[in-house]
Design a protein around this ligand. Sequence first.
Ligand code: ADP
Length: 363
Amino acid sequence: MAIVPADHNSPPKAPAAATAPRQRLIQPEAYGSEEQAETSLRPRRLEQYLGQEELKQNLAIAIEAARRRSDALDHMLFYGPPGLGKTTISMLIAEEMGTQIRITSAPALERPRDIAGLLVALQAGDILFIDEIHRLNKVAEEILYPAMEDFMLDITIGKGQAARIKRLPLKRFTLIGATTKAGSISSPLRTRFGHVHRLRFYTDEEMQNILIQSAVVLKANLKPDGALAIARRSRGTPRVGNRLLKWTRDFAEVRNAKAIDAEIATQALDLRRIDQAGLDPADRQILETIINHYQGGPVGLETLAAAISEDSATIEDMYEPFLMQKGFLQRTPRGRMATPLAWSHLGLEPPMHQLPLFEVGGL
Ligand code: ADP
């Protein structure tokens, strides 16, 4: 596999948010400075891509079928939260197919010529990987339709009444789209993907194995119980797990600990105030605010955002998905609510009206 940087693929800078989001050890999005470190931990072979068994089985069949036909793979869409391995699996597919992969991101494809330039440069069997594909603009999408379906690039020559469309043939390529927001992809685009796969959060055991594998690259002496302690606080997300592992390794070095066992890992993560459930101070602040200031909710998103001086979009995109997945937070039509589980996680007694009916005597 060769990874060819797309000409326009410098990762787009996120638009400046009204309030710059805090950088968090447990955030699933990559920090800007992290790219290089991530590259060294990225699995190089499919056997090193742990977990996601169903996805790998489906891919093995698709790859084998494409190989037998000596054809490009069908277009694929990978969706799921950040940091679960969408980019990594796409690189490994290229590796398996022995083709090149060009990596870009939808916000880098603003002008028609950005995407046209990329398509024309593709060789037969190449993979074009577009991250954040839900952010493609209409014009770029319309260029992609005939490219995906008929391997044709329609170019408009001239302007106004004299304008005409010229069709250029393209090589048979594979488009892999990745998104964290499958619901935001237009349906004409979605239906043009032959395979649509959802990536799942990893179990503690899978995360433990990923961490043990990463520790070899990082030359860290990670014991199985240490790996499990980190895995449990990793939010089922390899990017988060690897980051926690690096912090724990640094902590162990400074403390002159020979190995990272459960005790060292727990001390390291306690110091960063990441609790047993993988919540950090910012997560807990959200739950505490709902509980202490709004009796557990419901409270509107904007009110909550103002109460903790955070951007409402940041709360929605960065904090809530995990809190909901863990069963600590509920979105209701009247606002956000802390669940009884959240109360007990914070060592508090949920009020009677918060408890499910069967717990208050079957009333
Ligand atoms: P995404 O594209 O979904 O945001 P990435 O593919 O960039 O996520 O993965 C983030 C990091 O997590 C990678 O650098 C890689 O080291 C690690 N990773 C992801 N999935 C796996 C996996 N299945 N096995 C081992 N490491 C993984």
